[in-house]
Write a protein that binds this ligand. Structure first.
Ligand SMILES: [Zn+2]
Length: 151
């Protein structure tokens, strides 16, 4: 499937989100790795009506969790699309402080909650440029709108 990946402004937090646009089908997937917001527009088939229809869904973001290890293995990155409980929050914070914590690259790892327009760092380090809004980020980095194109 042909798609264009580009950086766009996140509708929720106004920071930089990644959009994957399938121009042949007019389908879109948007994910924000700042606040966790997720949006998709898909073409679905209605069996009863025997016709295609457009389905839009969105999930509010509650934050992002990224754990990177010192050994260079692939880290885990999760966006939070449901509000997490206090217990879950504790668990996630502990994952940074476990006895294996010396394996965790705290400079590259982070656990950030998003709530009502505010970000709170609970563990690790804010990634470089995390605080930039999309407009600020764009003025510094983004000269070419599309990052890559796949056929
Ligand atoms: Zn966002």
């Amino acid at each position: 499937m042909a798609s264009i990946m580009s950086n766009v402004e996140c509708p929720q937090c106004k920071k930089t989100a990644l959009e994957d646009f399938y121009y042949k089908t007019d389908e879109t997937f948007l994910c924000c790795f700042h606040c966790g917001y997720y949006y998709q527009r898909e073409q679905k088939y209605d069996e009863a009506k025997r016709e295609m229809f457009t389905e839009e869904k969105e999930w509010y973001g509650y934050g992002v969790y990224s754990l990177v290890k010192n050994d260079g293995s692939k880290g885990i990155t999760k966006v939070l699309n449901v509000e997490i409980t206090e217990d879950e929050k504790e668990e996630m914070i502990k994952s940074f402080e476990s006895k294996e914590s010396k394996d965790v690259d705290m400079k590259k790892s982070y656990f950030i909650l998003y709530d009502k327009g505010a970000f709170t760092l609970l563990a690790g380090t804010y990634p470089k440029d995390f605080q930039l809004s999309y407009k600020e980020w764009e003025s510094i980095y983004d000269t070419d709108d599309s990052l890559s194109m796949y056929e």
